[in-house]
Design a binder for this molecule. Structure first.
Ligand code: AGP
Length: 614
């Protein structure tokens, strides 16, 4: 996600800001910029690409240093990574400069309102809307803090906003909803940032801002209110992490941090998906609804974890749209001469958007006349650029090589795509889609619940640290979850692990089962009785042969208790959505086991984050 820093104090702000942006480089970004406020008003510089581009720009065209400023590293969501889309955004009247992290869901209607008033826009971002709204409020005579409160009340979605006023060289204001904001309290200087890594070299005294709060900051202090102006209080704390821990949000690995970011990441994937008429929309669609109605087959193409997300998607898409859906490993796709026609919809899934195998599949599919929709996390990457439509997962950069939040958000995006197709093709009524969306929107809180109960899984990893083989079993959507659980263990714990469809076990793999072999089993919710009961029988089969059964099962399901050596409880969810919950303990288990075995969980041997060769 974007990196945010604001500074006010005696130091030259330019260096403080650029140093802070460097400290936040680990978050991943595709452009950077700063704005300073001095007696002559706002001066800004912003550049696409790495920080070094911004530094070169500042060296070639210096801007006058000041004691107040804001800085930003952008991870593109709305609009490609470009100079114009980089932050800060300065309002058309020149009064306000603003930086933003998050997604403003209702930006389109707000933008239309401003455009109707004649406000010119310079970027394609949702963020510029907030800058223009603030500029308009301030010009009408509101203080910057009042203006930010008023604007924040009108925004929907997730945002951290930091703004400065050209006419005030001593104040910065910031607000937050569903996106982090922390204040750094120094000696005669103050900071606001998206995380403490940005200011840790200056101060370790921090104040965490609450939901829907605005903070007004000067060099000598800060004042916090809610969006209505009622005084509230942030939560002061002392930061005792070193820099490397600070970058990882206090976690030992980026992977662990990303596992814990999943409630927010999934919520962000689901944000802003409805238009004014409450109809689902995708990010960029260059395929008409009429064309989508003619589709007679869907082929999902992806690699690794993204392929497993596709396997989950198959169940949901076929169930909701009744269109046959195949899932194919991208590196196999074009070599088998797949049957692709103008009525085939190819869906690619890729976190990086640069995976060569998947990209080649996109090209092959388009050559055959198919339409291609990309589900991707990286805005402006090659796969979405070469596709006919894009659905971004908005998970923020994933740094750990082993995909975690990438997977969960891909699965969430696949559900959105399935529902979108059902809407377009009329295979589900609007109220049915709304009911499923409501359940989807309840999932982040349930994922958090799974994470809150992780201690049991950490203890289990310690207990199983000497295992040589681990098996994972599941049926229906539990099967891809089993595959993903096994892949995580192979990747980072270098442990032999296999995922199987639970029913397939007796056709061969059950010969692997021996005394005390750990076998994870994902049990479907009780509503699907046949499915559920079959899995319960499978647990008994392996247990009878000496396996140590670790059973992931929903709360309230007591039927499996006699056959489970370890019970991992999951919040209740419908069968199709259960992978969003069941995958999480398996990720935690793999990360912990890798840690206990002394492996680097973020950069496992022989693996690269983005595989750009076939
Ligand atoms: C998962 O943990 C992986 N590291 C790997 O399988 C990955 O999912 C695969 O290479 C696809 O990458 P992509 O999503 O960037 O296309």
């Amino acid at each position: 996600m974007c990196g945010i820093i604001g500074y006010v104090g005696p130091q030259g702000a330019q260096k403080v800001l650029v140093d802070a942006l460097r400290r936040m480089e680990y978050r991943g970004y595709d452009s950077a910029g700063i704005a300073l406020v001095g007696p002559d008003g706002i001066a800004s510089a912003k550049k696409a690409g790495k920080l070094v581009n911004l530094e070169s720009e500042l060296a070639a065209s210096p801007i006058k240093d000041a004691n107040l400023g804001i800085g930003h590293t952008r991870w593109a969501t709305h609009g490609a990574p470009s100079d114009a889309n980089a932050h800060p955004h300065v309002s058309a009247n020149g009064r306000v400069a603003l930086i933003h992290n998050g997604i403003i869901e209702n930006f389109a209607s707000l933008k239309a309102e401003l455009v109707a008033e004649g406000v010119p826009f310079k970027s394609e971002t949702d963020s510029e809307v907030a800058a223009q709204m603030l500029g308009r409020e301030v010009e009408r005579g509101a203080s910057l803090a009042d203006a930010l409160r008023a604007v924040s009340r009108r925004l929907e979605g997730a945002f951290t906003l930091v703004a400065v006023d050209a006419d005030d060289t001593g104040t910065l204001v910031a607000s937050r909803r569903n996106s982090p904001l922390v204040v750094g309290v120094g000696e005669g200087e103050m900071f606001v940032a998206s995380d403490v890594a940005a200011f840790i070299e200056h101060t370790r005294e921090a104040v965490e801002m609450g939901q829907d709060e605005v903070v007004e900051v000067t060099a000598s202090g800060y004042r916090v209110t809610d969006f209505r102006g009622n005084e509230t209080q942030g939560k002061p704390y002392h930061v005792d992490w070193d820099l490397s821990a600070a970058e990882k949000g206090g976690f030992d690995w980026f992977m662990r941090k990303e596992i814990h970011e999943q409630p927010q990441a999934v919520a962000d994937t689901l944000l802003g998906r409805f238009d004014a008429d409450r109809r689902l929309t995708l990010d960029e669609v260059r395929i008409s609804e009429a064309e989508l109605r003619t589709i007679d087959k869907i082929v999902i193409v992806a690699c690794g974890t993204a392929f497993y997300a596709g396997l989950v998607a198959k169940y949901a898409i076929e169930h909701w749209t009744r269109v046959p859906c195949e899932v194919e490993i991208a590196s196999e796709f074009r070599y088998r001469d797949p049957i692709i026609t103008g009525r085939t919809l190819v869906v690619t899934i890729s976190q990086s958007g640069e995976t060569a195998d998947t990209l080649m599949a996109v090209r092959h599919a388009r050559e055959q006349g198919a339409k291609v929709i990309a589900i991707c996390n990286t805005n402006g990457s090659t796969i979405p650029r070469e596709s006919d439509a894009v659905l971004y997962t908005h998970a923020g950069p994933e740094i750990g090589v082993a995909s975690t939040k990438g997977f969960l958000t891909q699965v969430a995006a696949c559900y959105l795509l399935g529902l979108y197709l059902a809407q377009v093709r009329g295979t589900k009524y609007g109220d049915e889609i709304a009911t499923i969306m409501r359940e989807l929107e309840s999932m982040p809180a349930k994922i958090q619940k799974v994470l809150d109960a992780q201690q049991q899984v950490l203890d289990l990893a310690a207990e199983l640290v000497d295992s040589k083989t681990v098996l994972f079993l599941g049926r229906h959507v539990g099967y891809p979850v089993a595959l993903e659980g096994a892949l995580k263990l192979k990747e980072i714990a270098y442990l032999h692990a296999e995922g199987f469809p639970a029913g397939e076990l007796k056709h061969g793999p059950i010969a692997l089962v021996e005394q005390d072999l750990p076998v994870f089993v994902i049990v479907p919710p009780q509503g699907r009785d046949q499915l559920h009961d079959k899995v319960v029988s499978n647990i008994q089969e392996v247990r009878a042969r000496g396996a140590r059964t670790i059973v992931l099962v929903e709360e309230g399901d007591h039927e499996v208790e006699p056959y489970a050596d370890v019970l991992i409880r999951l919040p209740q969810a419908s069968t199709l959505l259960q992978p969003l919950l069941a995958t999480v303990p398996l990720q935690v288990f793999a990360c912990e086991l890798a840690t206990l075995l002394g492996h680097d969980a973020d950069q496992p041997r022989n693996l690269a984050k983005s595989v750009t060769v076939e």
